[in-house]
Design a protein around this ligand. Sequence first.
Ligand code: ADE
Length: 230
Amino acid sequence: MRIDIITVSPELIKSPFEHSILKRAQDKGKVEIHFHDLREYAINKYGKIDDYQFGGGAGMVLMVEPIDKCISKLMKEREYDEVIYMTPDAQTLNQQTANLLSAKGNLIILTGHYKGVDQRVRDKFVTKEISIGDYVLSGGELAAAVLCDAVIRLIPGVLGDETSALTDSFQDNLLAPPVFTRPAEYKGMKVPEILLSGNFPKIDEWRHEQALKRTQLIRPDLLKGESKDE
Ligand code: ADE
């Protein structure tokens, strides 16, 4: 997979890709990440990429021309499966979307800033708009990092233990069950007996029950198949 991230703050988004699973995925050749500084496509030598909005109102809007230049250059070089725009006024990211995107080849992710991008960018270039939640961040960079993490860890071969992504919360519309490690007792707090029993069919059953209970309590909407994130 190849991901091209267009941003006004490359430095803000680079660091999550230099550590842990995201770094390992790149080292293993599972994904290539390329950052593009929108200012390199500015409309003048002063690096202009934004302007006031027509009709008045506070906040600057990213202009169509620099984004057009950047995306058009990339599209001449290769075909892209999706051009994703990170914005709070979109459908919320969920595991199903992450699963679908993890099977794609080439993605462009455009991150907004200020009041967002000129609507003509969204109309002409963007194929998918994603929010990471009902709150407003200062820019789309952190949201893009969240999206990339959720997607890249699902690419086959990225996680050492293939089953661990499959047993994540949400893969079966259930939250994950509680987990415990050594010691079996800490300050009087005991690990549930069943987990120490070695009876793996019973352990699976217990985990499923716990996952159901937790989901019923915290996210009952998932059980009705009507996730509020969809
Ligand atoms: N940009 C600003 N806020 C955002 C959000 N919640 N999701 C995606 N992109 C954003």
